[in-house]
Design a protein around this ligand. Structure first.
Ligand code: UDP
Ligand code: MG
Length: 324
């Protein structure tokens, strides 16, 4: 280790209306940096970077004061509230200019800050991404646990690769963030996008606590919209579902057509009934299949518009050419 430089760590913390909890947790973050520096694991240029996400309370004043009085504290403020995912991305993109590694964490003390030690250890072992995974969800309500865990299962079934029970508490190296910057989409679901970047990754497990103070900013509506973003950001399978449905309806319609013709021939129907049923059956099948086909193309266009990188090189046997 002696000849290897210790990494500069930036802890990136999005904050929205967190005046109640910030005075409590900020100190914990500062202490953690100090502890890791003293342990000789990270460089003393390591910092805590708070991202004020357009808060309407005293959050930004608190961050500014902390930054004045404490050299490990830095803050940036977004011009307005842009939501957790955007705030976090903003913080990570800012931090990567100064840091070798970043750890993103919420500012409410729910995620066990001590898991950072293990995250940094894993990085020093050679991992570029370390996911913080909740070992237990005891502190969540049954409803939140059921919906959240069900969501991870559904998303994986739909083809989106997400780490089970991992939210946004993770370590990412500068290398990964530099590649991440090439994902230009605006519909953000970070925990689903990080696995797309690749690189050597692992998980560390921790217990999730209650919020230390203040209130959650993720009511059901926001949770649903994040879940919807997650699915639509990672998967076009819902569109494919329409095509499948079209095929099923077309098949049923085919049976319906035969059935109505048979009924008509047997004289069980009033005149005009069979032809009407035939037309309805035929058209509904054709329409759904046609919609599905159009949907397939829209799905492709959607994926194209994201301009995601098609590949990322993680290692070379030679130094990058522009370094020569
Ligand atoms: N947050 C944010 N912008 C928002 C909403 C939330 O930056 O519009 C931050 C918030 O300050 C916290 C984190 O995102 O640090 C997670 O929010 P919260 O703890 O309210 O969500 P929960 O843990 O209840 O899901
Ligand atoms: Mg929280």
């Amino acid at each position: 280790m002696a000849n290897k430089k210790n990494p500069i760590l930036y802890i990136v913390v999005p904050c929205y209306n967190e005046e109640k909890v910030l005075p409590i947790t900020s100190v914990m973050f500062f202490d953690k940096i100090k502890e890791l520096v003293d342990a000789g694991k990270i460089d003393k240029k390591s910092r805590v970077m708070f991202v004020n996400d357009g808060s309407k309370d005293e959050t930004w004043n608190i961050i500014s004061d902390l930054a004045k009085n404490n050299e490990v504290c830095e803050g940036i403020s977004l011009s307005r509230n842009r939501g957790h995912q955007n705030a976090l991305l903003g913080g990570l993109m800012e931090a990567k200019e100064y840091a070798d590694i970043t750890i993103s964490i919420d500012c409410d003390g729910q995620d066990d800050i001590n898991a950072m030690n293990e995250m940094v250890d894993k990085y020093l072992e050679g991992y570029e991404v370390v996911y913080g995974v909740r070992a237990k969800r005891d502190t969540d309500t049954f409803f939140k646990r059921f919906t959240a865990e069900g969501f991870y299962v559904l998303l994986n079934k739909l083809g989106g690769e997400v780490v089970f029970n991992h939210a946004d508490y993770r370590l990412m190296s500068k290398k990964v963030l530099d590649e991440f910057a090439n994902f230009e989409e605006v519909n953000l679901f970070l925990r689903g996008m990080v696995p797309l970047v690749g690189f050597k990754s692992t998980s560390v497990y921790y217990d999730r606590h209650e919020r230390l103070a203040g209130e959650s900013h993720y009511p059901l509506t926001k949770m649903l919209s994040l879940a919807f973003d997650g699915i639509t950001s990672l998967s076009v399978k819902p569109i494919r579902f329409i095509t499948g449905l079209g095929v099923v309806v077309a098949f049923l319609s085919f049976i319906g057509v035969i059935w109505s013709v048979v009924q008509a021939l047997m004289g069980n129907t009033v005149s005009g009934w069979a032809s009407t049923v035939c037309i309805i059956c035929f058209l509904s099948g054709v329409q759904l299949i046609a919609l599905g086909v159009i949907g397939e193309y829209i799905g492709k266009i959607y994926m194209e518009t994201k301009h995601r990188p098609r590949f990322i090189i993680s290692e070379r046997t030679y130094a990058e050419k522009d370094q020569h």
